[in-house]
Every structure is written in structure tokens, then in C-alpha cells.
Design a binder for this molecule. Structure first.
Ligand code: PEP
Length: 259
């Protein structure tokens, strides 16, 4: 139970979400072993999510016993079907057993030129397929050094979130680009400032109820040694974890750090 003092004095319950982004890693055998270890060790008190590469979704989904661990994709196309070589439709992810999809990750924004507008249309497609969209935002080091962090996050939210989101179908992940895979994490004060800003932005656009209910994750070099501090920050509702999600022991230790 977390209180959001800034959100119209309302008290809400947001179940923490610990999401693992495996990126482009894993064989079938490794993925099944990792999934089983996570499933067997999943602590209560938070929701766990595994986002494997697309071709590994079916074996990962099949390896789960149907408990507290969900499966998600790492991207989807905005169209439901058609001539889009190499892409995957949201409805295909749903059919393969996914409940979530990560959208607008900074690696996709950088490697594939994804714009806020594209992320918004993918988010709409995810919702239409019944998936929960994890929409990623975050500033570069140059933007942080230039004092542009909050403005950058604000414009990404404005452009990437459709008008019809709900607290149930959308999760926001704040991931400073300079902290992803670098071993550097944002300070607790910086994370708190950005999370408060994000929730305030959401309240202005979507209202206090939605702002009080939506989960906002932190991502960027979260590991067992810093998870407790990051997850205890007011307004942080879990983590999006890259490197440390590839080791069951580390991922479960992070999950066990949820307050
Ligand atoms: C990520 O890719 O979303 C991420 C947070 O990666 P890492 O934990 O490795 O920094």
C-alpha cells in the first residue's frame, strides 16, 4: 500500500510490478530453465513479468504453472495484420500467452527510429488486443545535463500515451537512457522528482483517479544491491529490469525487495 500525497490526497493500492526485459538473449533451453526458476521462487506481494524475445514466448508461457508470473512481448506493430515483414501484431502476442507488451523502449527508439506518435499507435493496438502496455520514457544524458529532463519526459508522455488509457491497461516505465545497461542508476532524489512529475502530468491530463491507480516503474541498472532503495521511493511501483533479469537469483532478489 503506497500513499500518493501529491495526488489529490487519495490513497490507492498499486501492486508492484517487477518486469524482466530479456532483450535479445536466450536459447529455448536457457529460457525454460530461467522461467521455471523464477516461477518456483516467485515471492508474494508483487507481480512478476517476463518479456522474452518473441520466438521464446511460447516455450516460456508453456513452462509457467499459471501462478504469479506473467509473460509479455518486447514490441508490437500498430497494425493488426498485413504486409509488415518481420513485425508481430499485438493480437499475436496475446494469442501466444502474453498479458503485457513493452513499448517505446529507448533501444527501439534509438535503433528503429520509433517516434512518440508511433509508440502511441502501438499502444492503441496493444490495448485493442487486450494487452497491458508498458510505455517507456526517459531522457538522454545530454538532456539531463542540459536541464531538459522533465520537459523531455513530459513531451514523451504527451505524444506516446493515447487519450483513452486506463490505470489497468497501461504502465509507465521511467528509464533514464544513460542508466540502461551502464551500471549507473539515477539518485533516489532524481527518481522521486521524475516520478512525481510523471504522476502530476498524468493527473492533469487524465484525472486524479487514473493518476492514483497507474503504476510507474523505474528502470536502469536495477540490481539486488540497489533494488530496495529504488523500490522504496514514494511513487515507484516496481522495476523494469534488463541485465539482472537474466539470472533467476538476481531477479528474485529484486522482487523480494519490494516494500
Ligand atoms: C532495460 O533495458 O529496460 C533496462 C533497465 O536494462 P538494465 O537493467 O540492464 O539497465
Amino acid at each position: 500500500m503506497q500513499e500518493n500525497e501529491g495526488i489529490s490526497e487519495m490513497t490507492t493500492t498499486r501492486t508492484p510490478l517487477i518486469a524482466g526485459n530479456w532483450k535479445m538473449n536466450g536459447t529455448v533451453a536457457e529460457s525454460v530453465a530461467l522461467t521455471r526458476a523464477v516461477d518456483d521462487g516467485a515471492p508474494g506481494g508483487c507481480e512478476l513479468l517476463i518479456c522474452p524475445p518473441a520466438v521464446l514466448i511460447p516455450p516460456v508461457a508453456a513452462a509457467l504453472k499459471g501462478g504469479n508470473v506473467a509473460v509479455g512481448g518486447q514490441d508490437c506493430h500498430f497494425a493488426g495484420s498485413g504486409a509488415h515483414t518481420g513485425d508481430i501484431a499485438a493480437v499475436m502476442l496475446a494469442e501466444a500467452g502474453c498479458g503485457y507488451v513493452i513499448l517505446g523502449h529507448s533501444e527501439r527508439r534509438a535503433d528503429h527510429g520509433e517516434t512518440d506518435e508511433l509508440v502511441r499507435s502501438k499502444t492503441e493496438a496493444a490495448h485493442a488486443a487486450g494487452l497491458i502496455a508498458i510505455v517507456c520514457v526517459g531522457e538522454t544524458l545530454a538532456e539531463r545535463d542540459g536541464g531538459e529532463t522533465l520537459a523531455r519526459i513530459g513531451s514523451q508522455l504527451e505524444g506516446s500515451l493515447p487519450a483513452a488509457i486506463t490505470a489497468a491497461n497501461t504502465v509507465i516505465a521511467y528509464e533514464p537512457v544513460w542508466a540502461i545497461g551502464t551500471g549507473r542508476t539515477a539518485s533516489a532524489a532524481d527518481v522521486a522528482e521524475v516520478h512525481t512529475h510523471i504522476r502530476g502530468d498524468i493527473e492533469r491530463r487524465f484525472g486524479a483517479d487514473l493518476a492514483g491507480g497507474i503504476r510507474i516503474l523505474y528502470g536502469g541498472s536495477m540490481k539486488p544491491s540497489n533494488a530496495a532503495e529504488l523500490l522504496a521511493i514514494d511513487g515507484v511501483d516496481g522495476g523494469l529490469i534488463g541485465g539482472a533479469s537474466l539470472k533467476a537469483e538476481d531477479f528474485l532478489a529484486i522482487a523480494a525487495s519490494c516494500p
